[in-house]
Design a binder for this molecule. Structure first.
Ligand SMILES: [Zn+2]
Length: 388
């Protein structure tokens, strides 16, 4: 990647050809049409509050530096503002009197045209400090990430939108970053994060690309059609909706794309899935409620997903003491399964840290996690039992 420091462009140069588009809420073009001030991936202009915009012009009149500005130079020789659009739009509105505002001079409001000539010249002659970057999208993304320090930092997907800006991103944002989309509130049952900060778009891209978002965006950058993205996303959401009746908060933010991939070819009956989900949601021994959905999808085999309640240390100690006392009287191992055998361990007394707590009646068969259902087993036997 090539980075060039440019210090001979003035405020006047940047303002050439600028207009403010009130309908779009953004400043358009500068540098005689060679500069795109507010590319699609940027946030809207937010300095138009009569304070921040005025402060930018005040800074110029006082000779204060405006800080670093970053441009990207594209292959066609056009420039885009990566960082600095709020400052540029503010001074350009003032200088070009496009959606103009006034600053206070000697107690009076002054528009650019009513400033003294030397003050006008001071503003337009101010030289800016601009880094111009040329490179591949991934280089620009990495670079943008490192300069992403002021204000509200951009999130990863906003950075990607910047690096791969083009027709595909614009079309995708209209669907997935648009809070007026009528499907958005339904989508937010299943997808966490702020659509305006690109969380829904990021999820849709993650699902369709199997996690290879950058590759996917690079490949489709100039597409005029996002049907593959929207179709896959709708398919996943429709599938979730067809399997589960439940829409509680535990549904939100699951990796539905991965679950769809893994399980969509299996047949489920909504009524029985619903009954199982409800039972597990009500089960106080299931401490990871978010794991219920994959547990049920997978045929209720992977109990690890549920993080079923375990015996506490005090219970283990009490059961260990009782078992060991009784075993010593009988002259057998304090692991009841070892005691049944006739091998080397039949009379072995294990230390507490050589044993694990076991549900006598398994949780999956209705056994509870209290002392009456607890036995201590040597680690070997406990593992063997757990694997059954
Ligand atoms: Zn044992």
């Amino acid at each position: 990647m090539k980075t060039t420091l440019v210090t001979d462009w003035t405020v006047g140069d940047i303002c050439k050809g600028f207009i403010y588009d009130k309908n779009e809420g953004k400043g358009l073009f500068g540098l005689d049409g060679k500069l795109v001030i507010q590319p699609e991936y940027q946030r809207n202009y937010i300095y138009g509050d009569g304070k921040k915009d005025v402060a930018v012009v005040d800074s110029l009149l006082k000779g204060y530096p405006l800080g670093l500005i970053y441009f990207v130079r594209n292959a066609d020789g056009m420039y885009e503002v990566l960082d600095g659009q709020q400052r540029i739009t503010s001074f350009a509105r003032f200088v070009n009197q496009s959606w103009p505002f006034a600053v206070e001079r000697d107690g009076k409001p002054k528009y650019f045209n009513s400033l003294a000539k030397d003050e006008q010249d001071k503003i337009t002659a101010t030289r800016l400090t601009i880094y111009v970057c040329e490179g591949t999208p991934s280089e620009i993304e990495a670079w943008f990430e490192t300069i992403n320090i002021a204000g509200v930092p951009l999130v990863k997907q906003e950075l990607r939108n910047a690096a791969y800006h083009g027709s595909f991103v614009n079309l995708a944002k209209e669907v997935f970053s648009n809070s007026t989309n009528s499907k958005m509130s339904m989508w937010q049952t299943y997808i966490s994060g702020d659509p305006k900060r690109q969380a829904v778009l990021e999820t849709a891209l993650d699902w369709v690309s199997d996690g290879q978002i950058d590759d996917y965006m690079a490949k489709h950058r100039n597409d005029e059609d996002i049907r593959q993205l929207t179709d896959h996303f709708d398919t996943v959401i429709d599938w979730v909706d067809s399997v589960f009746d439940y829409t509680g908060s535990e549904m939100c933010g699951q990796d539905w794309g991965a679950l769809y991939k893994k399980y969509h070819q299996k047949a489920y009956t909504k009524a029985s899935v619903t009954a199982r989900v409800n039972a597990l949601l009500d089960d106080s021994q299931v401490t990871n409620k978010r794991g219920i959905f994959e547990y049920v999808l997978g045929g209720e085999t992977d109990k690890m997903l549920l993080n079923v309640r375990v015996f506490d240390q005090k219970t283990k100690q009490r059961v260990y003491d009782r078992q060991t006392r009784e075993a010593e009287v009988k002259g057998v191992s304090n692991c009841p399964l070892c005691a049944l055998g006739d091998g080397n361990n039949a009379k072995r007394i294990y230390k507490l840290n050589e044993m694990d707590a076991d549900h006598v009646t398994a949780w999956s068969h209705g056994g509870s996690t209290d002392e009456s259902n607890c036995q201590m087993l040597c680690k070997t036997h406990n593992r063997a039992k757990g694997n059954k």
